[in-house]
Structures are given as structure tokens and as C-alpha cells.
Write a protein that binds this ligand. Structure first.
Ligand code: C2E
Ligand code: MG
Ligand code: MG
Ligand code: MG
Length: 282
């Protein structure tokens, strides 16, 4: 704040701050109602093999059907839900809905059915009993563990917690795959990741969106993909919007990707329709 205008600045700032705090509190109350009233749904964005365009799986993305504000994206509520812990209840609901959807795909398409990939917040993952709840849901819905991928964040790994390591190992032992989401945006390096029980690296959209205009970024992605493959990890590039990005990624050796170029997130109904049609076509 510049000298002389300090007081005026604060007068302008405080009401804004007050409004922001009140809005967050209101959001929390509304989230409680949303959890109780089952206002959350899940959409599914295809994860495709870049070379062939064939869909390998779908990422489950939560949406909130707000009674007054319409359909809200996670950017409008996930942060507050993380802070309050409500993300645990929301995450459980997403897990139920997404696993149920994938079980239906499996019944429709059999061996050709795509997998489902579900975002798990650090707080949800650390909740005691998380791993067994995942197994319980798979059993209840009849989805083979090999059809489930869980997307975790770097923040989960940062605290270097033995329990997290054990849980990741146990999940993978049963055939569930684990992906690190938004790779490259945090602090961990791939050389660090080689110790983590992981199957898949999802390269953040930040890299995808700059790969075509910066040789340096392209070289960086090339390095990430090579190292990941050396470590036996699969790579998925996020946020592919242009063919030039897809082609560069494909040339680099990145096998999978997702983004608006291929498809926006689909409703559950749209996803089942596509999956059923593809089965008929095959
Ligand atoms: P994410 O896991 O990295 O998911 C990818 C996000 O990028 C999605 O946004 C997706 O719609 C968007 N996206 C996909 N392709 C493109 C593209 O080509 N261009 C652009 N600009 N964006 C693209 P969405 O659905 O708004 O989700 C945002 C974030 O919210 C997710 O990022 C994830 O971190 C979080 N999230 C979503 N669903 C859940 C959930 O069920 N649980 C938890 N804990 N977090 C979730
Ligand atoms: Mg994700
Ligand atoms: Mg991501
Ligand atoms: Mg992302």
C-alpha cells in the first residue's frame, strides 16, 4: 500500500475481505446441504491413445448441480471443500458413482470396456479406512480392480508418510492403478518419483499448451516421457486442444492424452451411449 493512501486502501479492502469470508461460510453451509441432498454428479472425459484415437479410459470429474446457480465446476467449490474436510464425503460419493458407471460399461462392453480414473484428494486418501472402502465399493459394484485408476496429487507424497506408502502399495498389489496428477506443477522430480509406488504420470496442461511454441518446453516434456518410460510408467498428457500438440506429443513417444481436441467431459448418459455404440461398431 502506497504511503498516504493507506487508510483509504484499507477502507476499500476490508468490506471485500468481509464479503469473501461470508461467501466461504455460505458455501460451506450449501455444501453440507449438497452432500445430504445428493446434488453431485460425475462427468467423464475420454483418455485416448494418441496414435489411434481409441479411448482407453475415462477420467471422472465431479459437478455440482446447485439449486440456484446451475451446474458448477470443481474450481468453484473444491478448495473450500478441501479446507473444511467436506471433500471426504464428496469424494466418497464420486467414488460410488464413478465405480458404478464403470461397472455398467464393463457389463455393456466386456473386455473392451474402458477403465475409470478417479481424482482422490490428499485429505480423502489419508482418511483411515480409505483403502478398504475402495475395495468394498469395487466388490459391491462388481468392478474388477484392473478397471480402476486413482489420481493422487504431489501434496499427498510431500509429507513422506509411511502409511501413505503402505496404502499405495496395497492398492497396487490388488491391481488398482495409481497415477500422479498434474505432474510438473509441484516440487517433485521424476528421479524422486522413481521411489513412489506408481503406474502413471499425468503431465500437466501447462506443458501441453506450451509445447508447440517453445523448444525448451518440448525438450522438457521429451525428458519427462523418456524417464517415465525408463521407470516403467505410462504417460498421459492433459489438456490437448490442438492437433499440433497431439502430433508433437505423439512423436515424442507420449502414448495417451486427453483434452478438448478429443472430447469435453461427457455426462454419464453420453458416455454409456458412446461405449455401447463403439461395442456395436467393433
Ligand atoms: P484435473 O484432475 O487435472 O482434471 C482435468 C481438468 O482439465 C478438468 O477440469 C477438465 O475438464 C479440464 N480439461 C480437460 N481437457 C482440457 C483442455 O483441453 N483444455 C482445458 N483448458 N481444460 C481441459 P474440471 O472438471 O474443472 O476439474 C478441475 C480439477 O478439479 C481437476 O483437475 C481436479 O484436480 C479437481 N477435481 C475434479 N473432480 C474431482 C473429484 O471428484 N475429486 C477431487 N478431489 N478433485 C476433483
Ligand atoms: Mg485428474
Ligand atoms: Mg490433472
Ligand atoms: Mg490439471
Amino acid at each position: 500500500v502506497a504511503k498516504g493512501e493507506g487508510k483509504g486502501q484499507w477502507r476499500r479492502y476490508l468490506p471485500d475481505l468481509h464479503t469473501a469470508i461470508v461467501e466461504r461460510l455460505e458455501l460451506r453451509t450449501e455444501l453440507d446441504q449438497a452432500i445430504a441432498g445428493k446434488e453431485f454428479t460425475v462427468e467423464f472425459q475420454p483418455i485416448v491413445e494418441l496414435r489411434t484415437g481409441v479411448t482407453a479410459g475415462y477420467e471422472a470429474l465431479v459437478r455440482w448441480n446447485h439449486p440456484h446457480r446451475g451446474r458448477l465446476l470443481p474450481g468453484e467449490f473444491i478448495e473450500v471443500a478441501e479446507e473444511s474436510g467436506q471433500i471426504v464425503a464428496i469424494g466418497t460419493e464420486v467414488l460410488h458413482q464413478a465405480v458404478a458407471a464403470a461397472a455398467r460399461w464393463q457389463r455393456e462392453a466386456g473386455d473392451a470396456a474402458p477403465y475409470v480414473s478417479i481424482n482422490v484428494s490428499a485429505r480423502q486418501f489419508r482418511t483411515p479406512g480409505f483403502v478398504s472402502s475402495v475395495h468394498d465399493i469395487l466388490t459391491a459394484e462388481g468392478l474388477p480392480p484392473g478397471r480402476l485408476m486413482l489420481e493422487i496429487t504431489e501434496s499427498l507424497l510431500l509429507r513422506d508418510d509411511d502409511q501413505v506408502w503402505e496404502d499405495l502399495t496395497e492398492l497396487r498389489t490388488t491391481g488398482i492403478r495409481v497415477a500422479i496428477d498434474d505432474f510438473g506443477t509441484g516440487y517433485s522430480s521424476l528421479s524422486y518419483l522413481r521411489h513412489v509406488p506408481l503406474d502413471v504420470v499425468k503431465i500437466d496442461r501447462l506443458f501441453t499448451s506450451t509445447i508447440a511454441s517453445s523448444a525448451q518446453q518440448a525438450a522438457l516434456v521429451d525428458g519427462i516421457v523418456r524417464l517415465a518410460h525408463t521407470l516403467g510408467l505410462q504417460v498421459i498428457a492433459e489438456g490437448i486442444e490442438r492437433t499440433v500438440e497431439r502430433d508433437l506429443l505423439s512423436r515424442i513417444g507420449c502414448r495417451y492424452g486427453q483434452g478438448f481436441l478429443f472430447a469435453r467431459p461427457l455426462t454419464g448418459e453420453q458416455a454409456i451411449t458412446v461405449i455401447t455404440e463403439q461395442k456395436v461398431a467393433a
